[in-house]
Write a protein that binds this ligand. Sequence first.
Ligand code: ADP
Length: 396
Amino acid sequence: MKILVINCGSSSLKYQLLNMDDETLLAKGLCERIGSDNGLLKHERGVEEFTIDAPMPDHAAAIKIVLEVLLSKDRGVISDIGEIVAVGHRVVHGGEFFSDSVLIDDKVEKAIEACFDMAPLHNPPNLIGIRACKQNMPGVPQVAVFDTAFHQTMPKKAYLYALPHSLYETHKIRKYGFHGTSHKYVSMKAAEVLGRPYSELKIITCHLGNGASVCAIDRGHSVDTSMGFTPLEGLVMGTRTGDIDAAVVPYLMEKEKLSASQVIDLFNKKSGMLGLSGISNDFRDILQAKQDGNTHADDALEIYFYRVASYIGRYAAAMNGVDAIVFTAGLGENSALLREKVCAYLGYLGVKIDPEKNAQRGKAMDFSASGATVRTMMIPTNEELVIARDTKTIVG
Ligand code: ADP
């Protein structure tokens, strides 16, 4: 059973074609500069890489080119479009409408549209991608997999903000949480690596990429997470502030003569590690700068480690204990230093790491030292696989 996974951004489109009989990746790629005459498709088939220039006036045109490549003799992996049994779409915001993945119909499309205001950068292109696939593959089932769905199990005490209740009722202002597919995947994988039932474990997952969030998973259910109404809340991120006193907004508006949307833009795009270090949003550049003696870079790193460790402590308290702490995504998977520095705060919980194991890369691993009572693990995330699995289950 071949399933196409689509992750559509405003001017980009990522895809993977998976054979879900054995969960192997057949091909993957990325369309960039959609909306222009000089679109670019980077396509990978195993170790082979192809770059294709083509006009991509819209997402429907981009999907058409992707399908042509997948079907082509010299670069493709299928001989008939009918081999694609279903398409799974990443959709960022499902609001309170969706607590699981769904088969897309008109009602689902309307609900995705109803969440536009809450995810203006993500949901509109996600829906465009769905419609473009329907146009190019009529009759093929389309499934939506939401970043927010996994967190719909959070209790009220975790998701309600201390605002007048009427504002929740009228505008649905609450914590939703994101990166749900990643938190779900790595926590399930952690249980597998530990050889213990998922339904018995208390796990804290740290998805640390450009966007970053921590999640408390109590016996298979997300009970709290650090991102909120939007992906701005929580940890310090590449360019995002994470938690900040809301009173800073009007203060900055007045002192810097900014509009509300300019302040939010500042919080989303110019803050975080980029803002603190004044150098880059990329951890590797900041580490290099620290080595070169840059004190702002040093401060940025210390703040980052501290905030991650603080959230882990908070969620260990929320669940009255923790069995495993899992690191994933760009930073969580690749930076042994980050894992070491965060874990250095957590000795009181029973965390004890083995530096040699922690230095390994690439594969899922438990880098706890003997005697540790809380396991520490690195698990590479695979959001596309979760999307393909959910799609397979739904069209099953
Ligand atoms: P996104 O949220 O865009 O999907 P990723 O999960 O790919 O992001 O993470 C990208 C980030 O991971 C980079 O900005 C960089 O900070 C960090 N990163 C990637 N590789 C390394 C590495 N070897 N050492 C430290 N940080 C890394």
